[in-house]
Design a protein around this ligand. Structure first.
Ligand code: ANZ
Ligand code: ZN
Length: 799
C-alpha cells in the first residue's frame, strides 16, 4: 500500500477537480444541503490553522451529506475589500487590486492543498465589479425604501487609520484595526436604519437553531428596552427636557435630572446657565473619555450642576435641579434622564456625592444604605399610592402621562443605527450623486456597477476624506435627475457590506440580471448550517440578518431568515496555550504541516484535538498521533480477507452509529476516537473483512479523504469513495454478541437461554425468568440461592 501522501494527495485533488466531484447541481431532484463557512479575508499572511479548523468541521458534514445522497452546496469565496490591502498598497505603492489578486491566488492554492471539497466553480470575490454591482444594488434598494440617511453626529474616529468607525468596530474605545484609542469627532456620515429591523431581528431568533449563548448575545446587542418618554418643562422658558425611563412608576421620586454633557439643550439655554465655564471645562474632560469608561457602573460619579436652570416635574409640578454628568450617554434614549436616587444605584451614588434628596417611593428596601430596585408598595406617589407591583403602576403612570400630553410609552434599543461608511479607497463606491438642486440622487440601476476609478495615490485625505475626493473625473458628474452639474459621493462602504449577502451570490454567482435567480434561491435557501467564529455573532451575523430581512420584505429572497442553523468553532491556541500571534512567534503554518505530515493528518488533527467549540492548544505529539493512526489504517490493508471477521461485526456497526451521530453533533473528536478504537480491534483480531475495511474507510473519508480514495482505488472500488454511499448500521448488530447459558433449577437443567456475552448476574436472571420452562419451575416458590458463572451456567435453588 502506497502511504506516500506526497504522491497521492495532489493526485486526488486533481482528480476531484477534473471530475467536478464537488460541484453543486442546480436542477436536481435530490434533497439539498447548503453548508456555509465564513469566507476569508485574503490577507498577505496566508491561511492560518484557525481557518483550517473553521472549515474542517462543515467540510466533514458536507462530505457526509454527499455520501448520504444530498445535493450539496459547500462554497467558498473572498471577502476582499478592506484596510490591510489598502494600507499595504500605500506602503508599497502597489494597486490593491494587484495585492488582492495575489493574496486570493495564494489562499486558493492553500485551500486546494488541504483538499477541502469546496465547489470551486462558484468562487466569489466581493471586490469583483460583477459582485459589488449587486452590493450597490441592495444599497440603492435600501435608499429607495428610506433605510439610508445622512446625519451629522459624533462619530468614533480613529486618528491613526483616519477612518470613522462603527460602534461594533470600536468596542472598548479601541480601533478594531489598529487598536489605537478612538476619539469622538463631529461628521456628516451615512447610516443604515438597522433599528427599524430590531424587532424582526429579535423575532427571527425564535425560528432558528442557534446555540443559546449566540441568541443571548444577539438579544443583548439589540437591547430592546420598554419604557416611556417623559417631558419635563424648564422654568422661565418654553424648552422641554425629554427623558427616557424604564421606570415611569417612580416619577414621584425624581429629585434631579441629568443630561449628557453633549446634550444640545446646553447651547439652547446657554443664556440662562450661570456657570458656563465650569460646564465647558467638564465637557472637554468628557470628550477624552471613551463610552466604555463612562458606562462602568461602579465608577466614581462626576458632574456639574447647571446653575440657573430648573426642570418641572409634570406629575407634581415640583422644581428639580438639572446636572450634566458623563454617566448619561448622548446616544441612548434621549440623552437625558430623570434621576430617582432611591431606586437607581447610579442616581443614588450621584445624589450622595452631591447632597441631593433621596425620596423613597417604593417600600421594601433600606434606602439609607443603597437604592432599592425591587417591587413593593408605592408611597409618596399621589395617585399611585397603594399600588404594589411595578407592572400595574407603570401602566397607570403611562395612561396619566398620555392623557396629559406630558409623556408616552416608548421602546428603545441599545443597538444604534449602522454607521455605513469609510473614507478610504478600497471599498464599494456609494452610488449616490449630490445635486445642488435635487439633493441626494441615486445612480440609476442601469449604470451599476459604479466602478472604483483608478487612482495613483491611495493615501486618505486629511480630515477623514476619501482618496476618491481627489479624483475630479470621478467626482464631477451630471445629476441623473435634472442633468445639471453634480458631485459624486466619495465615501465607500464599510468592510461589512460585501459579507452581508455573499451566501446568496454563491447560489448563482454569474447572474447578470439579478443578485441570484429566484428559482435557484428557492431551491437552495435557507443556508442549512453556517459555521463561523464567535467574534462575528454581533456584527456580521446581525448585519447579514438585517439585509436578509430587508431583501425578504422587498421580495428579493424567499426566506425570512438566512441561516437555519449556526455553530461556532473554538480557537486553536499556540503550543504554549496562549493566543497564536506573530509577535509571540507561536504561529503554526498549515502548509508546513501539509508538507511534513500530509493534508489528511492536518484535517484529522484539527478535528481530533478536542471539543470543537473549545479553545485548544496546538500539540505536535497529538498531530503525530493522528499521522500514526492514518498510517496504521493504510497498513491494515495487508490484513484484509474476503470474509467478514465475525468478532468485528458488532463493533463495526457500533462505530457506524457513533461516527454518524457524532458528526451531526460536531463531536468530531469522539467520532475519530471511535475509528481509532475500531482499528485497534481490527489489529487485535489479526484480520478484517474486505467489506468491513471499506466501510471503515467510508467513515474515515470526511476526515482523511485522500488516503481513503487511494485505498479505495487499490481495492477496485467504483468511482470515488467521496461520493460512495454512507454506511448504515443494522440495529440488531448493535446488541452485544450473545452466548447460550444453561439454566438449572434445583440441579435440573430446565433450559438454555441467550444472554449478552459477559453479562452480569442480574441480566442473566431476568433472561432466565423470561423463559417459560424456567418460569414454570420456580412459580410460587422462593429463590433462596442463585449461582452464576458468566457465559456458562445459572443455577437457582428454590423452596
Ligand atoms: C428613571 C429610573 C428609575 C430608571 C429607576 C431606572 C431605575 P435600559 O434598561 O438600559 O433601557 N437611562 C436612560 N437613558 C440613559 C442614557 N442616555 N444614559 C444613561 N442612562 C440612561 O435602562 C434605561 C434606564 O437607564 C432609564 O430608566 C434611565 O434611568 C437610564 F428606579 O429612569 B431610569
Ligand atoms: Zn439634479
Amino acid at each position: 500500500m502506497n502511504i506516500d501522501f506526497k504522491s497521492y494527495e495532489p493526485k486526488w485533488q486533481k482528480k476531484w477537480e477534473t471530475a467536478n466531484v464537488f460541484g453543486a447541481e442546480d436542477n436536481s431532484s435530490k434533497p439539498k444541503f447548503y453548508g456555509l463557512v465564513e469566507f476569508p479575508y485574503p490577507s498577505g499572511a496566508g491561511m492560518h490553522v484557525g481557518h483550517i479548523k473553521a472549515y474542517a468541521g462543515l467540510e466533514a458534514v458536507s462530505r457526509k451529506r454527499r455520501m448520504e445522497g444530498y445535493n450539496v452546496l459547500f462554497p467558498i469565496g473572498f471577502d476582499a475589500f478592506g484596510l490591510p490591502a489598502e494600507n499595504y498598497a500605500i506602503k508599497t505603492n502597489t494597486h490593491p487590486r494587484v495585492v488582492t489578486d495575489k493574496n486570493i491566488a495564494h489562499f486558493t492554492e492553500q485551500m486546494k492543498r488541504v483538499g477541502f471539497s469546496f465547489d470551486w466553480n462558484r468562487v466569489i470575490d466581493t471586490t469583483d465589479e460583477d459582485y459589488y454591482k449587486w452590493t450597490q444594488w441592495i444599497f440603492l434598494k435600501m435608499f429607495e425604501n428610506g433605510l439610508v440617511f445622512r446625519d451629522k453626529t459624533m462619530v468614533n474616529y480613529c486618528p491613526s487609520c483616519k477612518v470613522v468607525l462603527s460602534n461594533e468596530d470600536s468596542q472598548g474605545g479601541k480601533c478594531d484595526i489598529c487598536h489605537s484609542d478612538i476619539v469622538q469627532k463631529s461628521k456628516e456620515v451615512w447610516y443604515l436604519r438597522i433599528t427599524r429591523y430590531a424587532d424582526k431581528l429579535l423575532e427571527g431568533l425564535e425560528e432558528v437553531d442557534y446555540p443559546e449563548n449566540i441568541k443571548a448575545q444577539q438579544k443583548n446587542w439589540i437591547g430592546r428596552s420598554e419604557g416611556a418618554f417623559v417631558n419635563f418643562g424648564i422654568s422661565g422658558n418654553d424648552e422641554k427636557i425629554k427623558v427616557y425611563t424604564t421606570r415611569p412608576d417612580t416619577l414621584f421620586g425624581v429629585t434631579f435630572l441629568v443630561i449628557a454633557p453633549e446634550h444640545p439643550l446646553i447651547e439652547k439655554c446657554a443664556s440662562m446657565i450661570k456657570n458656563m465655564d465650569a460646564v465647558n471645562a467638564y465637557k472637554d474632560e468628557c470628550a477624552k473619555k471613551s463610552e466604555f469608561e463612562r458606562t462602568q457602573l461602579n465608577k466614581d460619579k462626576t458632574g456639574v450642576k447647571l446653575e440657573g436652570l430648573t426642570a418641572v416635574n409634570p406629575v407634581n409640578g415640583e422644581e428639580v435641579p438639572v446636572f450634566i454628568a458623563d454617566y448619561v450617554m448622548v446616544g441612548y434614549g434621549t440623552g437625558a434622564i430623570m434621576a430617582v436616587p432611591a431606586h437607581d444605584q447610579r442616581d443614588y451614588d450621584f445624589a450622595k456625592k452631591f447632597g441631593i434628596d433621596i425620596r423613597e417611593v417604593i417600600l421594601g428596601g433600606d434606602i439609607s444604605k443603597e437604592a432599592y430596585a425591587g417591587d413593593g408598595e408605592m408611597v409618596n406617589s399621589g395617585f399611585l399610592n397603594g399600588y404594589n407591583n411595578k407592572k400595574d403602576s407603570i401602566k397607570r403612570m403611562i395612561e396619566e402621562l398620555e392623557k396629559n400630553g406630558t409623556g408616552e410609552a416608548a421602546v428603545q434599543y441599545k443597538m444604534k443605527e449602522w454607521a455605513f461608511n469609510r473614507q478610504r479607497y478600497w471599498g464599494e463606491p456609494i452610488p449616490i450623486v449630490h445635486c445642488p438642486s435635487c439633493g441626494m440622487v441615486a445612480v440609476p440601476y442601469e449604470e451599476l456597477p459604479l466602478r472604483l476609478p483608478d487612482v495613483e495615490n491611495f493615501q486618505p485625505g486629511e480630515d477623514g476624506q476619501s482618496p476618491l475626493a481627489k479624483i475630479d473625473s470621478f467626482v464631477n458628474c451630471k445629476c441623473p435627475k435634472c442633468g445639471g452639474d453634480a458631485k459624486r459621493e466619495t465615501d465607500t462602504m464599510p468592510q461589512w457590506a460585501g459579507s452581508s449577502w455573499y451566501f446568496l451570490r454563491y447560489i448563482d454567482p454569474h447572474n447578470d440580471k439579478a443578485l441570484a435567480d429566484p428559482e435557484k434561491l428557492k431551491y437552495w435557501m435557507p443556508v442549512d448550517w453556517y459555521n463561523g467564529g464567535m467574534e462575528h455573532v454581533t456584527r456580521h451575523m446581525i448585519y447579514s440578518r438585517f439585509w436578509h430581512h430587508f431583501l425578504y420584505d422587498i421580495g428579493a429572497v424567499p426566506t425570512f431568515e438566512p441561516y437555519k442553523k449556526r455553530s461556532a468553532q473554538g480557537l486553536i491556541l499556540g503550543p504554549d496555550g496562549s493566543k497564536m500571534s506573530k509577535s509571540k512567534g507561536n504561529v503554526v503554518d498549515p502548509l508546513e504541516i501539509v508538507d511534513r505530515f500530509g493534508a489528511d493528518t492536518l484535517r484529522t488533527y484539527v478535528l481530533f484535538m478536542g471539543e470543537y467549540s473549545a479553545a485548544i492548544p496546538w500539540s505536535d505529539s497529538s498531530l503525530r498521533g493522528c499521522k500514526r493512526f492514518l498510517d496504521r489504517v493504510a497498513n491494515l490493508s495487508e490484513s484484509v480477507q474476503d470474509a467478514p471477521v465475525s468478532g468485528l461485526e458488532s463493533k463495526l456497526h457500533k462505530t457506524i452509529k457513533k461516527v454518524s451521530d457524532d458528526i451531526e453533533k460536531m463531536k468530531y473528536n469522539t467520532a475519530i476516537a471511535a475509528l481509532m478504537t475500531f482499528m485497534n480491534d481490527a489489529e487485535a483480531e489479526g484480520s478484517i473483512g474486505k467489506e468491513q475495511y471499506l466501510t471503515m474507510l467510508k467513515l474515515l473519508c470526511p476526515f482523511a479523504p485522500h488516503l481513503c480514495e487511494e485505498i479505495w482505488e487499490s481495492f477496485g472500488g467504483e468511482g470515488f469513495i467521496s461520493v460512495a454511499q454512507w454506511p448504515s448500521y443494522d440495529e440488531a448488530k448493535l446488541v452485544d454478541d450473545e452466548v447460550a447459558i444453561a439454566v438449572q433449577v434445583n440441579g435440573k437443567l430446565k433450559a438454555t437461554v441467550n444472554v449478552p456475552t459477559d453479562c452480569e448476574e442480574s441480566v442473566a436472571v431476568e433472561a432466565a425468568k423470561a423463559d417459560e420452562k424456567v418460569a414454570a419451575a420456580i412459580e410460587g416458590k422462593n429463590i433462596i440461592k442463585t449461582i452464576y458463572r458468566a457465559n456458562k451456567i445459572l443455577s437457582f435453588v428454590v423452596k
